[in-house]
Ligand binder design. Structure first.
Ligand code: ZN
Length: 248
């Protein structure tokens, strides 16, 4: 099961690398001012799931991708990582990590979905794609769990504005695991590409409450315009209204 998912993810990543438009879109949607929040999420949700050398190498890749270029790709070699990231705890003679420690950490990061192979290996090393917390399944689970716990039970979600207040917007994204909620879409988004959509449009009396907002990709958000979600879906014929709820 996990293997199959990993294979699919690798294929998707290959597609993404093969398609410059996609790679371009991360750079275009990347917002520098989101960086503190992104770093906070990595510390809170990803790092606890990593081993020490994995964490050190993830940060190194992060620094040489998103921080260096505003994009998600970094090319690194095992040799370079062994020398430049951290000092080995085990070898008293040299301060470098062993190659096998580096390889284990890279393997661990890949199996946790924190990075993925993004292309060829050449003399400068191997190209990796660095994943953001919202793209990593184990982080999404932790975020959405934390989200459920954070929402005060006595505080009626209805009274808060989840559209205009930025930290509230993120709560909707986290609840929805940064996935477009339109039936049949399921596109994995990031904090840079996700948009909020009203189930009942404001023009039809919809509010900015927790229940009336969903995560949507830009394409689906703009497609629907001022139709209610129900109108949109029935017109498209993409759902059967009487279909029984699926159990997973
Ligand atoms: Zn969508």
């Amino acid at each position: 099961m996990t293997d199959a998912i990993r294979k699919i993810r690798d294929l998707l990543d290959e597609l993404e690398v093969g398609n410059p438009g996609q790679a371009e879109s991360f750079r275009e949607s990347f917002q520098l001012f989101e960086l503190p929040e992104l770093v906070g999420d990595i510390v809170d949700y990803l790092q606890p799931a990593l081993l020490p050398y994995e964490a050190a190498i993830y940060w190194h890749l992060f620094r040489h991708s998103i921080i260096a270029t505003g994009d998600v790709f970094a090319r690194v070699s095992v040799r370079g990582l062994a020398r430049r990231v951290v000092t080995s705890l085990r070898s008293a003679q040299t301060s470098a990590l062993s190659y096998s420690a580096v390889q284990d950490a890279l393997q661990g990061l890949q199996s946790k979905g924190a990075i993925s192979l993004a292309g060829d290996t050449n003399r400068e090393g191997t190209l990796y794609r660095v994943h953001l917390p919202e793209e990593i399944a184990l982080c999404r689970d932790a975020m959405s769990k934390a989200q459920e716990q954070q929402l005060p039970k006595t505080d009626p979600k209805r009274e808060l504005d989840f559209y205009n207040i930025k930290e509230n917007r993120l709560k909707i994204f986290e609840r929805d695991k940064y996935i477009c909620q339109y039936p049949g879409c399921g596109k994995q988004l990031t904090r840079f590409s996700a948009t909020l959509d009203h189930l009942t449009p404001v023009s039809k009396g919809g509010d900015n409450s927790y229940e009336n907002l969903v995560t949507a990709c830009l394409q689906h958000n703009s497609q629907r315009g001022a139709q209610t979600l129900m109108d949109f879906l029935t017109r498209k014929g993409s759902i059967k209204l009487n279909a029984p709820a699926e159990k997973s």
